[in-house]
Design a protein around this ligand. Structure first.
Ligand code: SF4
Length: 328
């Protein structure tokens, strides 16, 4: 059951990193990893964030949790502004906002037992007595399909899929409302990916979780998302409800991504050209539309002006000068 009120509202979020050069490693330039991004996610829904690697989606996910400091912009969580929030207040809110990591191998401390890994966030946030925490850890692992005898074992004793389940248990231990899942499937075999997707969907239904789900695999994004945002060179270039984006993509970048991905539904089989070339450097973006050097439909205006994200249909936004479907 979803409600209309957004749990997360992000506005004009910008994150840049210093680029250091020379023998003194002086910061000579700033690389804009996220450039003026705006979106919201309603409670109980999933916004899928997709784009090629290096487009800024992981930085955006971390910035929303304030694990990376933004240069400017606003992040409202449950009506509360996070940008500029003092460390103590942010720590208290952190319990409600969790991250599921991409790498189930590197994200679990190899020196800790599974019980310690999953129970640590409960201890850090001072939730419950030790006996209550232990019961919670056991119940969570059972929910993840991990056997009870796993509690005293170490991460290296588990498969990739099991480690990801342990990572998910750790993220959910503190009963968050909002979860950023950063490419949670990309290190897993295809057969295990389906299990983890179904597990996350069950957890979302059961716990009413709100997700920002980051992935480069469009099949996964189509399966898990209520709405999809497509990122290119630090900006959102198209946003739409999932069914709209997959059946009537407007932006040529989205069209090319879809054409490059294997179609799961034969009705969605693409006839458009797949994506060619490499994304330009965010340090030296092209003038005009940043996609124009790779865009098969580019025309003169595209080389001079940058298109803003604007409505091209019901709840459908695109940053492209091409006419909305049915209006040309
Ligand atoms: Fe292509 Fe022009 Fe649209 Fe950019 S604005 S995506 S270059 S058609």
């Amino acid at each position: 059951m979803t409600s209309e009120a957004p749990l997360i509202e992000v506005s004009d979020l910008t994150v840049s990193y210093p680029v250091r050069r020379g023998v003194l490693s002086r910061a000579v330039e700033r690389l804009k990893a996220v450039d003026g991004v705006t979106f919201s996610v309603r409670r109980g829904e999933t916004l899928g964030l997709v784009g090629e690697s290096g487009c800024g989606k992981s930085t955006l996910g971390r910035a929303v949790l304030r694990l990376v400091e933004p240069d400017r912009g606003s992040i409202r969580f449950d009506g509360r502004e996070l940008v500029g929030l003092a460390a103590g207040a942010m720590r208290a809110l952190r319990r409600r906002m969790q991250l599921i990591f991409q790498d189930p191998y590197g994200s679990l401390d190899p020196r800790m037992t599974v019980a310690e890994i999953v129970g640590e966030p409960l201890a850090v946030h001072g939730l419950g007595r030790r006996s209550e925490r232990n019961r919670r850890v056991e119940a969570l692992l059972a929910q993840m399909g991990i056997e009870r005898d796993a509690l005293r074992r170490y991460p290296h004793e588990f498969s990739g899929g099991q480690r990801q389940r342990i990572g998910i248990a750790r993220a959910l231990a503190v009963r968050p409302d909002f979860v950023v899942a950063d490419e949670p499937l990309s290190a897993l075999d295809v057969s295990i990916q389906a299990q983890i997707v179904n597990l996350l969907a069950d957890l979302q239904r059961g716990l009413g979780l709100t997700f920002l789900f980051i992935a480069h695999d469009l099949r996964v994004i189509e399966h898990v998302s209520t709405e999809v945002a497509v990122m290119y060179l630090g900006r959102i270039v198209e946003r739409a409800p999932t069914a709209t984006l997959f059946s009537r993509p407007h932006h040529p970048y989205t069209q090319a991504l879809l054409a490059s991905a294997p179609a799961t539904d034969p009705r969605h089989r693409r006839v458009r050209a797949p994506l060619g070339g490499e994304p330009p450097s965010a340090l030296d973006p092209p003038p005009g539309c940043p996609f124009h050097p790779r865009c098969p439909q580019a025309f003169d205006r595209c080389r001079l002006e940058r298109p803003a994200l604007a409505s091209v249909g019901a709840q459908h936004l695109s940053a492209c000068f091409l006419a909305p479907p049915g209006t040309a």
